[in-house]
Design a protein around this ligand. Structure first.
Ligand code: PBG
Length: 341
């Protein structure tokens, strides 16, 4: 009785009681992360050997064979889907991004190989945007110093159809052009791909945290060259980090246009947005823990400044706590292995 901090006032309230044992903490946990919550983004390139991404320790650009092995690993780990990002040779990048619509391009060949090996056991998600394919590194076509909307959407539709023809299960427009979800839905349906889902990057911010990804796919060099022409950022189509009401409008439009899943990106700096989107719409909501978020944790861990695995787990758990139903993260295999133990 002498230990009672507020004698007589809060006789039963000792919240530390439920933190006392590991089993009890597990039993009362409000959020439980599972490998089924994760999507593993993978970089594919047209070389025989794997090539590390310097700014993303532990991440490699893989040949198609390597993607097949990673896909097998995803399946064993209970990760439901992979997201494929092609690294396009500089010589194949053009102003009109023609390579994006070639059924023999690297992304399509990779999709066909994975689909042939694993059928429908593992989800295949493909990015729809032009940045890997444009000489200037932008997600859309550039005319007179502007990213043109509707002409870009036409190309995105053709890109989505060749990816669907190749066998991907989900197309994920990450370009942030207006009206692209509705146009993609129509184009897919016209080509008998009404079973292919759209995961729209609905609230995608113009973020500094995409830097390592752009290194990985080589679009940072292209964007860097465009910077000389005053076109070095994506702020005329990706959202201003200052805004969340606008994020809800973006999401509302994409749902109205037929998005099956909406995504918020980056994840860790947008937990409030994830929360608002899930609360407002109650639709399947994904979040993308992007390359820069991954790189920060890896860099600190490599310096011995953070417990890397614990920090990774925490960073992904809070994204789920904020309301995300699925999380794209480069930590996917690490975390799935850790959860399996
Ligand atoms: C391309 C795309 C980007 C990412 C996913 N798709 C980069 C960008 O918009 O510049 C970023 C992913 C990451 O940083 O991990 N449209």
């Amino acid at each position: 009785m002498t230990m009672q901090p507020f004698p007589g006032r809060f006789p039963d309230t000792r919240l530390r009681r439920i933190r006392r044992h590991g089993w009890l903490r597990r039993a009362v946990a409000e959020t439980v992360l599972s490998s089924a919550d994760l999507v593993w983004p993978l970089f594919v390139h047209d070389h025989e050997m794997a090539l590390p991404v310097a700014s993303m320790p532990g991440v490699e650009r893989l040949p198609v064979e390597g993607i097949l092995r990673a896909a097998g690993e995803a399946l064993r780990l209970g990760i439901p889907a992979i997201a494929i990002f092609p690294v396009v040779e500089a010589a194949r990048k053009t102003d009109d991004a023609a390579e994006a619509c070639d059924p023999e391009n690297l992304a399509c060949r990779t999709v066909r190989a994975v689909r042939k090996e694993y059928g429908d056991a593992l989800g295949i998600i493909c990015d729809v945007a032009l940045d890997p394919y444009t000489s200037h590194g932008h997600d859309g076509l550039l005319k007179d110093g502007q990213i043109v909307n509707d002409e870009t959407v036409d190309v995105l539709c053709r890109q989505a159809v060749v990816l669907a023809d190749a066998g991907c299960h989900v197309v994920a427009p990450s370009d942030m052009m207006d009206g692209r979800v509705g146009s993609l839905r129509l184009a897919l349906d016209e080509h008998e791909h009404d079973g292919v889902a759209i995961l729209s990057y609905a609230a995608k911010y113009a973020s500094a945290f995409y830097g390592p990804f752009r290194d990985a796919v080589g679009s940072s060099t292209a964007l860097g060259m465009a910077a000389g022409r005053g076109l070095g950022d994506k702020k005329t189509y990706q959202m201003d980090v200052a805004n969340t009401d606008e994020a809800l409008r973006e999401v509302a439009l994409d749902i109205a246009e037929g998005a099956d899943i909406v995504m918020v990106k980056p994840a860790g700096t947008s937990l409030d947005v994830i929360w608002r989107v899930k609360a407002a719409f109650g639709v399947p909501t994904f979040a993308y823990q992007v390359s820069g978020e991954y790189a920060m944790i890896k860099a600190a861990a490599e310096n011995g400044w953070l417990d890397g695995p614990q920090a990774a787990l925490e960073s992904v758990l809070v994204i789920k706590r904020a309301g995300a139903d699925g999380i794209l993260t480069y930590f996917a295999p690490e975390i799935a292995r850790c959860l399996g133990r």
